[in-house]
Design a protein around this ligand. Structure first.
Ligand code: ZN
Length: 183
């Protein structure tokens, strides 16, 4: 199904692991671009449903296109979210390219399991070894649970990351009192 939110599940999990080295926004934008072709085919009723966009070769091109077009939008949205910063927030090419390629490659791999017309290695080979690896409902469960685990991990990691400052403040107070007594 075009623009399926299921593809975001693994993205949330990767975001929880890679955090600042990964853009969930570029990853999501890649999912939208990947399914433009199936959407056009569904609307017009012409052409292959998945075709060359759902190959690893197509994934390289779409991942790169998502990175190039997503970078300025991602930077603008980060800058808008932090208006107190004087400079515009910059995101490295490494982050957006990694997010785009992970988004497009994972999309091809997951659709290869579910859709019989996907030829991930075309034009080199028409084989699809992943087809039927999981049933549709099993695959959806995996994607939903990976998203839930990713979200929980991200929130827990964020909570832990914000704790050292509090500890530091708590430790700092007695020493401040001590130094006050010595005077
Ligand atoms: Zn797709």
């Amino acid at each position: 199904m075009p623009f399926t939110p299921y593809h975001m599940g693994p993205g949330l999990l990767v975001k929880a692991i890679l955090r600042g080295s990964f853009s969930l926004m570029v990853f999501g934008w890649t999912q939208v671009l990947m399914d433009v072709q199936p959407l056009i085919v569904m609307v017009t009723g012409q052409g292959e449903l998945h075709g060359y966009t759902h190959t690893y070769l197509g994934a390289v091109l779409i991942g790169a296109a998502a990175a190039v077009t997503g970078k300025p939008v991602f930077e603008w949205s980060l800058s808008a979210a932090a208006p107190t910063r004087r400079r515009r927030v910059r995101v490295t090419w490494r982050v957006v390219l990694l997010s785009g390629f992970l988004g497009s490659a994972s999309h091809v791999a997951l659709d290869s399991i579910m859709h019989s017309d996907v030829r991930p290695f075309a034009p080199v080979s028409s084989s699809n070894a992943l087809l039927g690896l999981l049933s549709r409902s099993e695959l959806h469960d995996v994607l939903i649970y990976s998203g839930m685990v990713g979200m929980v991990l991200y929130l827990v990691a964020s909570a832990i990351a914000s704790r050292p400052n509090k500890r530091f403040q708590q430790k700092a107070r007695p020493s401040q009192v001590d130094s006050g007594k010595k005077r």
